[in-house]
Design a binder for this molecule. Sequence first.
Ligand code: DSN
Length: 428
Amino acid sequence: MKRDRIIFDLIEQEKQRQLKGIELIASENFVSAQVLEAMGSVLTNKYAEGYPAKRYYGGCEVVDQSETIAMERLKKLFDAEWVNVQPHSGAQANAAVFLAVLNPGDTFLGLNLSHGGHLSHGSPVNSSGILYRATEYNVKEETGRVDYDQMQEVAMRCRPKLIVGGGSAYSREWDYGRMRRIADSVGALLMIDMAHPAGLIAAGLLDNPLRYAHIVTSTTHKTLRGPRGGILLMGKDFVNPWGKTTPKGELKTLSQLLDSAVFPGIQGGPLEHVIAAKAVAFGQALEPEYKTYQTQVKNNAAALAQAFMDKGYKIISDGTDNHSMLIDLRPKFPGLTGKAAEKALVAADITVNKNMVPFDSRSPFQTSGIRVGTPAISTRGAREAFMGEIVELIDAVLSKPENDSGIAAVRAEVNARMRHYPLFAGES
Ligand code: DSN
């Protein structure tokens, strides 16, 4: 068969883009060669609707084993009693929870998207905000940290059936214990979306939300460093509090409701090649070197935040406990939008994303902030000393975002520096 030059040339171009640049998007990472190999395997050919040993197709003996291994490794990694490794993405995992525990029109409570929350936690343009009644809590303007008193107040007033924690631009540790007390005080379930810090949690560097939440969701491709996908977990399974029963009249457990919500609720056939790649990534995360890597991610983020602050940048909450940080550009560059900053940095081969900051004065299309993170650059082998150099390069671009020759000089420097960092940091 003729090789599809157009697409394979584009894949090569993307590989070169990844190789030559400084990748600072907080939700991205570079997978290991083995994860990549599993994703590109013949398992993609297999239909396997259902769950191991309970499939709707023949010939599932092999994928039953790889999916079961993924589940067992994931349970061990987070000390979970129950997991589901089939969600195609984090948004799908979240949608499955809503389908399992809410009815259309039911109220839930999540972090305001412009304060660091996530699209799938109640945005009016997402199914979570279209099908259910989303209410929100904020961060405090003075501290940039979650306002738990306000969360309690909104919970008392709106009586949500579900409280959602976690977000995509929040750099501080969560008080899961306090959230569980708030949920219990109004009879709500607590769901934590740990997609961003999952790798740090797996390595024991941040608190494990499975000890507090009824349900935990995650992606597998951010700090965790697996393939693009989602997962569901519970520290402990329990009988559903709404008295839902099986056709035989037995009370269903929450795990049964969640399994049914993923398949057949919102998905068809699972991506068994991706599930095998998840199994590989979970296996790698159980190795002792993984803690060394995650410690570097965290130390690099702390060094990066400090270097930004030393240079006069405003970091929301004045630092980070995890792998990410949100920079409010307004104090240092009042006229510079996040959109213009992202564009100038991308032209210098430094990839970040524009991001709303809490109490932003600009629209989501312009924004006043950028979000940066260290998982990807740490995978390439970068250490703390490089973080100060990255801030110097970023500052040179943002100080003169329309100076094309200045940006070209930074780009040449970035490309030269990144030649010293192998894409997979020597890992196979
Ligand atoms: N959009 C992802 C992020 O960048 O955080 C989360 O899904």
